[in-house]
Design a protein around this ligand. Structure first.
Ligand SMILES: [Mn+2]
Length: 254
């Protein structure tokens, strides 16, 4: 199993990243179309959680087979792997988290998903002209990317994997400590209303699979291509005050 993967820079097109997809490949497709994503030269990077909750989880296999699509393993991919391999999974929790489509598949149809999910690294490093960008699902257990890389290459430490795929600590604590050794670390897992940057850690899950929107980040200059102009395209620096809101036109209309 390749828990860590490094990809060379894209010399021919754009590299974009997106937060959790959760079976909403149709909405993601529309979002990619809106920025004229070109699969011949562009690449799309996913921070994991391709499946569960949304209506088209089955499409994950098709997307993962595309040469322009690269993903890390989210906790939802791990739930599927653990379930098939008989590890302890709280089935009520899994079902409530949107896993019913998978749980209800015959085992021979579960297997290709698990085989594809097992190929996904826990952490991915993508070279860009301005330095490497890291991706993982939830958070880095190390303050230095090199330590995470060394750990994942050496041994599949369950405690390391747990933080990489499940932790919400950084957002909860508004921890702005950067992860050294990468230009930016891109994560998902915890939905945010707008992309939130803490230190150099970008939280990209803006709920495109729920009532929110997909945020597409261009790795070259770390700018958001979506939401499109008119919507707030750039996250405010963490800790800054919110801009004043316009007063409601009349009482009760806010
Ligand atoms: Mn998740």
């Amino acid at each position: 199993m390749n828990r860590y993967r490094r990809l060379a820079a894209n010399l021919h097109g754009r590299d974009l990243a997106v937060g959790d997809i959760h079976g909403c490949f149709h909405r993601l497709r529309a979002c990619l179309d809106s920025v004229s994503f070109d699969p011949a030269v562009d690449r799309l990077f996913s921070v994991g959680d391709l499946v569960d909750r949304g209506p088209y989880s089955e499409l994950a296999l098709e997307w993962l087979a595309q040469p322009w699509f690269h993903a890390v393993q989210g906790n939802h991919e791990t739930l599927a792997i653990d379930h098939l391999y008989g590890a302890r999974v709280d089935l009520d929790l899994y079902r409530n988290a949107g896993g019913e489509w998978f749980l209800d598949l015959p085992i021979e149809q579960q297997r290709p998903f698990v085989e594809a999910f097992l190929k996904l690294p826990v952490a991915l490093e993508v070279d860009t002209a301005r330095g490497p960008v890291g991706l993982l699902h939830a958070d880095s257990p190390f303050a230095d990317w090199a330590d995470l890389r060394a750990s994942l290459q050496r041994y599949d430490d369950p405690d390391v994997r747990e933080v990489c795929q499940w932790s919400r600590r950084r957002l909860k604590e508004s921890d702005e400590q950067p992860v050294e050794g990468v230009r930016a670390l891109l994560v998902g897992h915890t939905p945010v209303l707008q992309v939130k940057v803490l230190g150099n850690v970008w939280h990209l899950d803006t709920g495109g699979w729920a009532g929110g929107h997909f945020s597409l980040l261009d790795l070259a200059d770390l700018t958001l291509l979506t939401p499109t102009p008119g919507a707030p395209a750039h996250p405010r620096p963490a800790g800054s005050a919110s801009p004043p809101r316009p007063a409601p036109a009349r009482a009760g209309s806010d």
